[in-house]
Design a protein around this ligand. Structure first.
Ligand SMILES: *[C@@H]1O[C@H](CO)[C@@H](O)[C@H](O)[C@H]1NC(C)=O
Ligand SMILES: *[C@@H]1O[C@H](CO)[C@@H](O)[C@H](O)[C@H]1NC(C)=O
Ligand SMILES: *[C@@H]1O[C@H](CO)[C@@H](O)[C@H](O)[C@H]1NC(C)=O
Ligand SMILES: *[C@@H]1O[C@H](CO)[C@@H](O)[C@H](O)[C@H]1NC(C)=O
Length: 331
């Protein structure tokens, strides 16, 4: 019987995982260090493992799935089912070379992430943190000043995938005009009433700029000094995707200079560390990467990982294979 290895924990779908025991030998590495994990691999403990369930806490224990780790993983391994929409801590091209297919959990995260994006956008437009903290400090309004309305403003969406489109749907209810940029223009059905513009036009037109694209070598620091200069004075920046999409030090400068009025951030370049210039700026709304942290979404994500795992073992195909591998492993 082939084996499946769970790295980290399954919290809301434990029963569904245990149900797999009828067709798979279930093994677990619930916690521990990278050294321990590598030792287990080298000792042959996972030699029958065909598929890995890589939970959202795996990186904490095993570190990234980089070339070093891939080199010691069992030869029998064919599939990595990752729990998370982002998979920048898995070296996809190294996996492809070794013939290992990787799935992630897009779609399931869309609504919860877009909800947090809107929360941050409104919070940043209203500079809500000033008022929130004044009230808790017993100062009622404190230094709270007038905020801005979303109505009639241009929301620029960079990266019009599932999350970007849910952002657009929600923002339209607030009376915002949607412009977007994506490397490939969307089909008319997906595009809806949003307007496709070039990257530079998006920077120039947006009153609020929301980042909804994946992080990789070509998108790292896609927003930096040069891009801030192309934006409107008083722009609001929202990031629920990945911190390193923004040059955080350049953002701090742009905030200090008043170029950027405010920002709403759920993600940071060096989590859990945050630039002091962001923490100390009360105009900025900050959250500790809670985008998908709702009960419903966490369970949906776990179930999608398990569906991928089952489909991989039973049919030899992933349901939500990462796009970089579509040409190689896609059906
Ligand atoms: C997101 O919300 C919409 C509207 O409520 C719903 O139709 C859709 O199924 C949800 N998407 C996911 C992936 O849960
Ligand atoms: C956005 O562009 C990327 C890269 O070309 C493409 O893979 C993706 O399908 C596009 N998004 C949509 C929704 O068409
Ligand atoms: C970055 O990710 C997109 C998919 O989101 C992919 O199409 C593109 O090839 C990737 N670029 C690099 C350099 O990996
Ligand atoms: C990881 O997933 C579990 C179970 O779905 C969830 O309870 C937990 O909050 C998640 N942790 C993070 C950091 O997202």
């Amino acid at each position: 019987m082939p084996a499946a290895l769970l790295i980290g924990a399954i919290t809301h779908s434990r029963k569904e995982w245990e149900d797999l025991a009828s067709t798979l030998t279930l093994q677990e590495f619930p916690s521990g260090s990278r050294e321990e994990f590598i030792r287990n691999c080298q000792a042959g403990q996972y030699d029958e493992v065909e598929v890995i369930y890589r939970s959202n806490t795996s990186t904490k224990f095993t570190g990234p799935f980089d070339a070093e780790l891939l080199a010691v993983l069992p030869k029998s391994l064919k599939y990595i089912c990752h729990n998370g929409a982002g998979y920048d801590n898995i070296d996809i091209s190294a996996c492809t070379e070794k013939g290992i297919a990787v799935s992630s959990t897009p779609v399931a995260v869309n609504n919860a992430t877009a909800d947090v994006g809107i929360f941050l956008m409104i919070g940043a437009l209203r500079q809500a943190y000033v008022a929130l903290s004044a009230l808790r400090d017993g100062q009622w309004l404190g230094k709270a000043t007038l905020g801005r309305d979303p109505q009639g403003k241009v929301l620029g969406i960079l990266g019009m995938g599932g999350i970007g489109r849910e952002m657009a749907t929600r923002a339209q209810a607030f009376g915002m005009k949607i412009q977007y940029h994506n490397r490939t223009r969307l089909s008319p059905e997906l595009e809806g009433t949003a307007t496709y513009v070039s990257f530079d036009e998006l920077l120039a037109n947006a009153d609020v700029l929301s980042l909804n694209l994946a992080l990789n070598a070509s998108t790292r620091h896609i927003i930096g000094e040069t891009e801030f200069r192309k934006m409107k004075d008083g722009v609001v920046l929202v990031n629920t995707a990945r911190g390193a999409l923004i040059d955080e030090k350049a953002l701090v400068r742009a905030l200090d200079e008043g170029k950027v009025l405010s920002a709403g951030l759920d993600v940071y370049e060096n989590e859990p560390e945050i630039e002091p210039g962001l923490v100390n700026n009360p105009r900025v709304m900050l959250l500790p990467h809670i985008g998908t942290m709702t009960y419903e979404t966490q369970r949906e994500m776990e179930l999608l990982v398990l569906s991928n795992l089952r489909s991989a073992v039973e049919k030899g195909e992933m349901i939500t294979l990462v796009p970089e591998q579509k040409k190689v492993f896609g059906k």
